[in-house]
Design a protein around this ligand. Structure first.
Ligand code: ZN
Length: 397
């Protein structure tokens, strides 16, 4: 092996790139364009083609999709290496500067070290090897924005992939799993429902429309539907708890004891084990709001309203009996286990357009979103090994 490809060189380079990535303060919701430019520059230098996608109303947050093309294609499915570029905010109490990578012993500390700039760093460090190899399939790099909030960036990229006809292949989402194979997780749907009634004096409740009271009835309906979700538990569910869950995160409304509240909103979420549960729940709930609550409200105040706002609907990632993505990773790591996780990822979005997907990446979710987030350096080496295995599966003999 030439020095450039030696594993030491690759590892050192991954640490250097990870250090650079951590220095970009790409907190969800904020500008990530300098990080995207940094990644694009590395890949373009290697001859990759790329395009960026974003919401026209917010061009300061971008997805990057870059491709190192096959030298001679023989119909093998392309591989997508996918990571989100955003990190969660930092709270006080860090022992190091969260945006300055700090190596102590066998660990590297910094926000995003494991979730999930570590994987992106490995992919970028390995890219020169792919560009020199006689690849017989395309290798794509997919770096998205705002995964942590509600997977806001990825759907914009997925739309573009559909337009460009990229709807087949194998996708590895490098979320921190200690390089274990994750092949399923629940969906995560978040909503805020706004109630608008009519204010008035509390001594004459019949002359006003209490947004708080209607919101309470709405919450009761949600709690009743929660029981229905339990009854719908699929046989052989692989999740814990086995059914779709539903939780009320907060109720906000009212200004005083003696004033009828004209405004109230409810934050709630559901984690469906199957897509049908999400549909079932929303259908029943909307029907109750529109057929029962709203007509009552309008009788007193015709302008009354109930508005359900979707904060995010991160689709679930469903286990497949035969998964090309899982089999590829198993064949390279020798690990045949399959696990489910309680956190959401972009996996379901890729799966939805027919791309075989697996979640597998360096570092542990235990350290994600926490003070003193770190990645064990050895995890980067394991990830580089996987990427090397992918190379050997992507060159013609
Ligand atoms: Zn993540």
């Amino acid at each position: 092996m030439s020095t450039e490809n030696s594993s030491d060189h690759l590892f050192n380079n991954s640490v250097k790139i990870l250090t650079d990535l951590i220095a970009f303060k790409t907190i969800s919701g904020e500008d990530n364009t300098s990080l995207i430019e940094y990644c694009d520059k590395i890949l373009k230098k290697l001859g990759a083609t790329s395009f960026k996608t974003f919401d026209n109303e917010n061009p300061k947050q971008q997805n990057l999709f870059a491709t190192i093309k096959a030298k001679k294609s023989n119909g093998k499915k392309p591989i997508i290496l996918s990571g989100h570029t955003d990190v969660v905010p930092v709270s006080k109490g860090w022992n190091t500067d969260p945006f300055k990578a700090t190596v102590k012993g066998d660990k590297l500390f910094g926000r995003g070290a494991c979730d999930m700039k570590g994987f992106i760093a490995c992919a970028l460090a390995f890219a020169p090897v792919y560009s020199k190899a006689s690849l017989d399939r395309d290798i794509h790099f997919s770096f998205t924005f705002d995964e942590e909030t509600a997977c806001i960036g990825a759907p914009i990229l997925i739309e573009e992939l559909k337009k460009r006809g990229v709807k087949d292949g194998i996708c590895i989402i490098g979320e921190p799993t200690n390089m274990k194979i994750i092949d399923a997780h629940k969906g995560c749907y978040e909503y805020t429902t706004y109630f608008e009634g009519l204010a008035g004096h509390s001594s004459a409740p019949h002359k006003g429309v209490s947004a708080v009271e209607y919101a309470s009835r709405y919450v009761n309906k949600l709690i009743a539907l929660r029981e229905d979700l339990k009854k719908r538990t699929p046989k052989d569910s692989i999740f814990d708890p086995p059914h779709s869950t539903l939780s009320i995160g907060g109720i906000f409304g009212g200004i005083a004891h003696n004033v009828i509240a004209d405004k109230c909103h409810v934050n709630w979420e559901t984690r469906p084990v199957v897509k049908e549960d999400g549909k079932f729940l929303n259908l029943k709930l909307d029907k109750y709001a529109n057929d029962v609550l709203l007509p009552e409200m309008k009788k007193v105040f015709p302008n009354a309203s109930i508005r359900k706002k979707i904060i995010g609907e991160v689709v679930g990632f469903e286990r497949e009996e035969k998964s090309n993505a899982c089999e590829l990773v198993s064949s390279l790591t020798g690990d045949n286990s399959r696990e489910v996780v309680s956190f959401g990822t972009e996996a379901g979005l890729f799966q939805e357009i027919g791309i075989s997907t697996v979640v597998c990446g360096p570092g542990s979710i235990e350290q994600a979103h926490k003070i003193d987030e770190f990645i064990v350096l050895d995890e980067l080496k394991k990830c580089l090994n996987l990427l090397d295995g992918i190379k050997s599966q992507s060159i013609s003999n």
